[in-house]
Design a protein around this ligand. Structure first.
Ligand SMILES: O=c1ccn([C@@H]2O[C@H](COP(=O)(O)OP(=O)(O)O)[C@@H](O)[C@H]2O)c(=O)[nH]1
Ligand SMILES: O=C(O)c1ccc(O[C@@H]2O[C@H](CO)[C@@H](O)[C@H](O)[C@H]2O)cc1
Length: 497
């Protein structure tokens, strides 16, 4: 065996991620925390990521990110296939081809795969646990949404609680550790009108077969979600190890390099523009990497931004596959009429934007990465959720974390510019704004504590590393060591948080 291969197999963990930026980056940051404790880490994802990275950088894609080796396998589709529009087909083909292609990658790169300490996967590629079993490697899952979503899906897909049905679509859901949830607060994948059949299927298989995962780690922190985290302890525990955001947002050493990839090129000019704006004055607007808003909703946001007459920075990411109905595009009048008021970019350096002193609040689709980045920046949010976990994340923002307000839709599903204007004013000035800012700053401090040495998340990482490297655990081929997670959780709870 070549020396390099020997090294790769020594104390090595392989992370496997779905192709989205918001799924890969938390995995890489977990990898970095494992590496800091002496583990060698690689991350495998699909070829489309290499293709996007290549387009974004203009140079060859990196084969390492701060010491983490990147490996790629095919998802079974050509690079120019429209995965977004055909999400069900994509998930289906990925589920069929992913396992054998990942298995071949492992065979190619690891002469003795059994020596791998662990495979870590995330929820959209749950079949990784079957590949792990094929090689007799323990498997962990990094849950990349709030622990609340983990609890909701676990109960829903194991039929432990009542959820809306076609005959009772408006029922209110009551779950331990969570506020009462109406249909607009629930993840879209549990609703009877969810158009993406692949996700309920994927989550049913995942949540009914959780024993395939020896550990479930969560990109959250105990202090943020303690009630719901405690509520799943008896079901299938989740250990929060986050927030997995850049070190600069966590008050950590400014020299520490972030482990992340960029699939789109950031427009850095917006940072210079922000620097010219007064402190806490700018409304930042972004809907993440996937959401494309209908033309009517773009118009409502544009009108509201113009009317409030405050500086704004709006990320308008051109749709990968544009449609003639104008979805995702700015109204024709907007740039000219607001040229002295704000900036529009195609993709921003978001974490630098959120922590910039000029930024006052964030109008967001409530993707979990965006929410964690905002929490760590200590600013309030205006929630405008669209699908998947986002409606529940919005509910958490308003009713549990109490760091923002929500743009309510009209009965026809549209939003009015007046409602957006009202939300903006509410988070910018007055007693509500003041309280939201206070709450946001307090959560920021809690997040920093959780990841600092001996904080709750740091302790959970330490336990995870101890367990994947301990010889008796390695020999224990039994599925899920649930009580280890309980122990981990108890230690955290004992801190009296
Ligand atoms: O202009 C942008 C918009 C988003 N992001 C990053 O893209 C990720 C989006 O993940 P999220 O979970 O919020 O939403 P998704 O895009 O997966 O829906 C976050 O880390 C953002 O910081 C960015 O860098 N620039
Ligand atoms: O590529 C896709 O089709 C895709 C990418 C990302 C998706 O989920 C996003 O993940 C975030 C972290 O789990 C989540 O918080 C966000 O709301 C989602 O948009 C889904 C599909």
């Amino acid at each position: 065996m070549a020396q390099a291969e020997e090294k790769r197999e020594e104390n090595h963990v392989l992370l496997v991620a779905f192709s989205s930026q918001g799924h890969i980056n938390p995995m890489l940051r977990l990898g970095k925390r494992l590496a800091a404790r002496g583990i060698h880490v690689s991350l495998a994802t699909t070829e489309i990521v290499r293709h996007r990275m290549l387009k974004s950088s203009g140079a060859g894609p990196a084969d390492h990110v701060t010491g983490i080796e990147l490996l790629f396998f095919s998802d079974g589709l050509s690079l120019d296939y429209d995965r977004k529009t055909n999400l069900d087909v994509y998930m289906d083909i990925l589920g069929k081809h992913g396992p054998s292609n990942l298995s071949a990658l492992i065979k190619e790169h690891y002469t003795s795969p059994k020596k791998l300490l662990c495979l870590v996967t995330n929820p959209f590629v749950p079949w990784v646990s079957d590949v792990a079993a094929e090689y007799n490697i323990p498997c962990a899952m990094l849950w990349i949404q709030p622990c609340a979503l983990y609890a909701i899906y676990y109960r829903c897909f194991n039929k432990l609680s009542a959820f809306p049905t076609p005959t009772d679509p408006d029922m209110v859901v009551e779950l331990p550790g969570l506020p009462s949830m109406e249909k607009e607060d629930l993840p879209s994948f549990v609703l009877p009108n969810n158009p993406f059949g692949s996700f309920p299927k994927l989550f049913s298989e995942l949540f009914q077969g959780m024993e395939k995962f020896k550990w479930v780690l969560g990109n959250s922190f105990y202090e943020l979600e303690k009630h719901v985290i405690d509520s799943v302890c008896e079901l299938y525990p989740i250990r929060p190890i986050g927030p997995l955001v850049p070190p600069t947002l966590l008050g950590q050493d400014q020299e520490l390099e972030d482990a992340s990839v960029d699939m789109w090129k950031s427009d850095e000019t917006c940072i210079e523009w922000l620097t010219q704006q007064p402190p806490s004055s700018v409304i930042y607007v972004s809907f993440g990497s996937i959401v494309v808003l209908p033309a009517k909703q773009m118009e409502a946001i544009a009108t509201a931004l113009k009317n409030v007459k405050r500086p704004f920075l709006w990320v308008v990411k051109p749709p990968e596959f544009p449609t003639p109905d104008g979805a995702g595009q700015l109204p024709s009048w907007f740039l000219e009429e607001t040229k002295d008021q704000g900036q529009v970019v195609r993709w921003s350096p978001q974490t630098r934007v959120l922590s910039h002193p000029a930024v006052a609040c964030f109008i967001t689709h409530c993707g979990w990465n965006s929410m964690l980045e905002t929490i760590c920046s200590g600013i309030p949010l205006i929630a405008y959720p669209q699908w998947t976990d986002q409606p529940t994340n919005a509910k958490l923002i308003v009713d549990v974390f109490k760091i923002g307000v929500r743009i309510k839709k009209e009965a026809d599903g549209n939003i009015s510019s007046e409602v957006i204007e009202k939300c903006i004013e509410e988070v910018m000035v007055g007693p509500v704004a003041e309280q939201l800012r206070k709450n946001a700053m307090a959560l920021k401090a809690e997040a920093q504590k959780a990841v600092a040495a001996d904080g709750s998340s740091d302790e959970n990482i330490r336990l995870f590393v101890e367990e994947i490297t301990c010889d008796s655990c390695k020999k224990d081929g039994s599925p899920n060591v649930g009580n280890l997670s309980h122990e981990g959780q108890d230690k955290v709870s004992d801190k009296g948080v």
